[in-house]
Design a protein around this ligand. Structure first.
Ligand SMILES: [Zn+2]
Ligand SMILES: [Zn+2]
Length: 174
């Protein structure tokens, strides 16, 4: 079976990114991208085993933005051979395919995007939280939801909003 395209067509016409989106960058600065909007749809700290592996830490932070021209799908030149961004894909428990993008030079994980079983792009693209420059403090880290806490390896604060696995109906659901 052919590898699915890493730059699928979104389900609906893609708007252009806002010019003042937040800068996404890798540790070595070889990759600089920009989020589609200044404010995210939602933020989640994920304690699943895959997020531990990708972050090399106790959990991974996902900051969700809608797809948009200039953000995601990524420009083909970025992921072409010799481009700065590498990727790989893996199947998820829910039967979808997750594409994981990283800097080819320093290895920083940058973006995760999910292609649903019907071939369309999930309308919440996850940017790895630590890769976002946020000089004006628009990201509300403290209100982030904690997901997949069933596999958490750190103590959970009673003040956190926690979910055993995913949040039903998506990351923005209260
Ligand atoms: Zn880098
Ligand atoms: Zn996770």
């Amino acid at each position: 079976m052919a590898e699915p395209t890493p730059t699928p067509a979104p389900a609906s016409p893609t708007p252009a990114a806002e010019p003042d989106g937040l800068v996404i960058r890798c540790q070595c600065n070889a990759v600089r991208l920009r989020t589609s909007t200044l404010r995210p749809i939602g933020i989640a700290h994920c304690h699943c085993t895959n997020c531990r592996l990708q972050s090399g830490s106790a959990f991974g932070t996902s900051v969700y933005f809608p797809p948009a021209k200039g953000f995601y799908p990524l420009e083909p030149s970025l992921i072409a051979e010799g481009g700065p961004v590498g990727y790989f894909s893996h199947g998820t428990d829910s039967g979808n395919t997750m594409y994981c993008y990283f800097c080819r030079a320093c290895g920083s994980r940058l973006i995760h995007a999910v292609i649903l079983a019907d071939g369309t792009l999930r309308q919440t693209v996850s940017v790895k939280g630590g890769a976002i420059e946020d000089p004006d403090g628009v990201l509300d880290w403290a209100s982030a939801k904690h997901i997949f806490v069933r596999s958490a390896v750190i103590p959970l604060s009673p003040s956190w909003e926690t979910y055993e696995t995913t949040i039903a109906n998506g990351p923005t659901k209260k």
